[in-house]
Design a protein around this ligand. Structure first.
Ligand SMILES: [Zn+2]
Length: 450
């Protein structure tokens, strides 16, 4: 029986705080053309390799140029059977069912689905899939770069993060920084000015700042004395990526501090990847707990930090952090597909420990809108289970569970990311950059775009 709670969560226009969704043109030009590519080119590759599938097979099995669908499926099937019950495997099953009507993955159902892929790559389908099928209010995308200008394919829907990852890694790309800001970095003062200039340029339209430096260094942060930072920058400028790990870590910490300051100045939340890695075979667990960030949270109390992915598997520690620090929020992006059962459990533990405004309940963290539909549906299924369990236990009335769902999936995000103001700023930027209308009969000037 479908409950009011389930129906409410199904119909809720959820805010999606973390994606890497590709833009309209690349989606249409180079999105998936093959059903195995469509269904098996995402995080599940990690589970397949972990289960024993040779790494070299991953590309071969999703590349139609290598063999027929039948041959590739026959090779993939035994590996699929091993991962079908994981969160990633569940997302594949949901994806296949919702977009292709597939109940059971087999050669017949995959063959029947193949001709349907092209329709999802028609103009405007990317927006339609995410806004109308996945039923999202808007999405926030990290496309790994500084520019986060309005996206003409859906300016009220596609918002972008300003990436600070390279700075946080301690990679100082002098030429790229000069191109973006006009500052050629030769010393620490110029680096400070360049970072401030990047924020001045993009903060008005950026929805947040993002860094996933935990993939390449420890999250452990400490304040760096000026003389140490000066020496570290000198070394990094002289030796580039051959500079010592210590120097890069030092200048990375200093840049993270600068970014945190700028976030407070420009009213931008600072999103930081914590916890689990995509892929296989390189994770160092001591680098990724969110507890490594305590010094940063203490040093910048006016900056709101969004700690992503429940720092899986260090989620107990995450509860303590968001309970304790007024400037820390937890984001459940990606967590639902990494480990839906633990994430459901996290929601319940959170509810009994942390103020209800400190959670953002969803982000798909994927590149393709079709998989975005699946991740949103997977989250709704498990979020419903989490809150229904609270109702069944007598700890929430259904009416209160519905109010909690509204907060976790929509209201907290609209508030903390100040979306009403952000939408106005992006609309104004669109208007400013729109082509100057040309009167009939007037010769068109070149360079009418400002
Ligand atoms: Zn991500």
């Amino acid at each position: 029986m479908t409950t009011d709670l389930a129906q409410h969560i199904e119909a809720l226009r959820v805010v999606n705080t973390h994606e890497h969704q590709i833009k309209e043109d690349p989606w249409r030009a180079s999105g998936p053309t093959d059903i195995l590519q469509e269904l098996f080119a995402h995080y599940e590759r990690g589970d397949l390799v972990s289960a024993g599938q040779p790494v070299t097979l991953a590309d071969e099995l999703t590349n139609p140029a290598t063999a027929s669908l039948k041959t590739r499926w026959n090779k993939l099937r035994p590996h699929w059977e091993l991962i079908q019950y994981t969160g990633y495997g569940e997302a594949i099953r949901i994806h296949a069912k919702l977009l292709y009507g597939i109940d059971e993955l087999d050669l017949a159902s995959l063959t029947a689905a193949q001709p349907r892929i092209a329709a999802y790559r028609k103009p405007g389908q990317r927006l339609h899939l995410l806004r109308d099928v996945a039923n999202l209010d808007h999405i926030q995308t990290d496309d790994f770069c500084w520019p986060c200008l309005p996206d003409a394919s859906g300016p009220d829907f596609f918002f972008y993060d300003l990436s600070m990852a390279e700075f946080a890694y301690g990679n100082i790309d002098v030429e790229a920084i000069a191109r973006e800001t006009g500052y050629t970095v030769t010393n620490l003062s110029l680096l400070r000015q360049a970072i401030a200039a990047l924020f001045a340029k993009y903060a008005p339209v950026a929805v947040a700042v993002k860094s996933q430096h935990a993939y390449g260094r420890t999250l452990a942060w400490r304040e760096r004395p000026l003389n140490e930072a000066v020496a570290a920058l000198e070394e990094v400028l002289r030796h580039g990526d051959k500079a010592s790990a210590d120097a890069r870590l030092c200048i990375g910490d200093w840049c993270i501090g600068q970014a945190a300051e700028q976030c407070a100045r420009h009213n931008l939340p600072f999103k930081i990847h914590t916890g689990y890695y995509a892929g296989t075979g390189y994770m160092r667990l001591n680098r990724i707990p969110a507890g490594n960030l305590c010094e940063l949270l203490i040093k910048y109390p006016r900056t709101r930090f969004v700690l992503m992915h429940i720092a899986y598997p260090y989620s107990d520690e995450m509860l303590a952090i968001v309970k304790h620090f007024p400037n820390a929020f937890v984001d459940l992006c990606w967590a639902w597909s990494i480990d839906p059962y633990s994430t459901m459990d996290f929601v319940r533990r959170f509810l009994h420990a942390v103020p209800v405004n400190k959670m953002f309940g969803y982000g798909g963290d994927t590149f393709w809108p079709t998989r975005g539909v699946a991740y949103a549906a997977q989250m709704r299924r498990w979020m419903t289970r989490a809150l229904q369990a609270e109702v069944d236990a007598g700890d929430l009335t259904e009416r209160r569970a519905i109010a909690v769902a509204d907060r976790f999936l929509r209201l907290n995000q609209l508030d903390v990311f100040d979306m009403a103001a952000k939408r106005r700023a992006v609309a104004a930027a669109m208007k400013k950059n729109a082509p100057v209308p040309v009167k009939r009969g007037t010769p068109r000037k070149t360079g009418s775009r400002r």
